[in-house]
Write a protein that binds this ligand. Structure first.
Ligand SMILES: N[C@@H](CCC(=O)NCCCC(=O)O)C(=O)O
Length: 263
């Protein structure tokens, strides 16, 4: 049986009346059915009360990217500039879900906004507009390029920690070219997380959890857009899928080994 992979949703207004819908990009459904080898299930942004019932049914969790940003009150940051998209209903679901998933050791893959909310959920904070900070790059979506090129093209390389789990997972790679579609980034790293990749301006691009977590990887870029042509992106999802299958096997045999972080 395929492992059941939860995919976090945003709340977005759709249709003639702009009614709120719970939504996640098809890229995540596609990649779960593809290299992850799981059964995707969309998790509504229905608030903390769904967490306790949902979590034990999942074999893995993908925290998706989104244009919206984590509400700064969650990390005691300053208010966002007017017009900055937020999704507090998503925050109210994902933050407790992350804490519970980490506590349980559930395999977790966090992408872009997902990595930012992972950091906040575990006690870290965010820079809100990296491009405004002295000496930093503009990591945001380049408006002059057509959308497909932005998604599958590479914006910059990241340097991987030499002895890190991500580098080991990617066959000992020292650097990795990545796409880039974000304004925010890790400011204070959550105490339980390890930085494992950095952009040329020092922005944290990947995190793992060294101790006391199950399989956990956060990436600030978007491997879900180019796994069909980029073998490193594909590998990230295959390894996550292996961890989810190992987790699912424990339902049948509780003595089966616990999948560990990005190995
Ligand atoms: N809003 C945050 C997170 C950025 C992010 O997850 N972007 C995904 C965009 C998806 C897309 O447009 O295809 C930030 O700006 O840092």
């Amino acid at each position: 049986m395929r492992p059941l992979i939860g995919i976090s949703c945003c709340v977005k207004a759709f249709g003639t009346f702009g009614t709120p819908n719970h939504a996640a990009s098809n890229s995540y459904v596609h990649v779960v059915l593809g290299p992850v080898g799981g059964l995707p299930v969309l998790l509504p942004a229905a608030g903390p009360e769904v967490v306790e019932d949902l979590l034990p049914r999942l074999d893995g969790l993908i925290l998706t990217g989104s244009r919206s940003n984590v509400w700064p009150g969650h990390y005691e940051g300053p208010d966002h500039a007017p017009g900055t998209p937020e999704d507090q209903q998503r925050d109210s679901t994902t933050l407790p879900l992350i804490r519970a998933a980490v506590q349980a050791g559930l395999p977790l893959l966090a992408i872009c906004r997902g990595m930012q909310e992972l950091n906040v959920a575990l006690g870290g904070s965010l820079d809100q507009r990296i491009q405004d900070l002295e000496g930093r790059m503009d990591h945001s979506t380049p408006s002059e390029q057509p959308l497909p090129a932005v998604r599958v093209g590479k914006a910059h390389a990241v340097r991987l920690a030499g002895n890190g789990r991500l580098a080991a997972m990617l066959g000992g790679a020292a650097t990795l070219p990545v796409n880039s579609l974000h304004n925010q980034g890790v400011q204070r790293l959550a105490p339980r997380l390890n930085a494992e990749a950095w952009a040329p301006d020092g922005t944290v691009e990947a995190v793992t959890c060294p101790d006391g977590c199950g399989y956990l990887l956060g990436v600030q870029w978007h491997p879900e857009y180019d796994w069909e042509r980029d073998r490193m992106s594909r590998r990230i999802f295959e390894v996550f899928g292996d961890a989810c299958r190992a987790w699912a096997a424990r339902r049948v045999d509780p003595a089966a080994p616990v999948p560990l972080a990005a190995e």
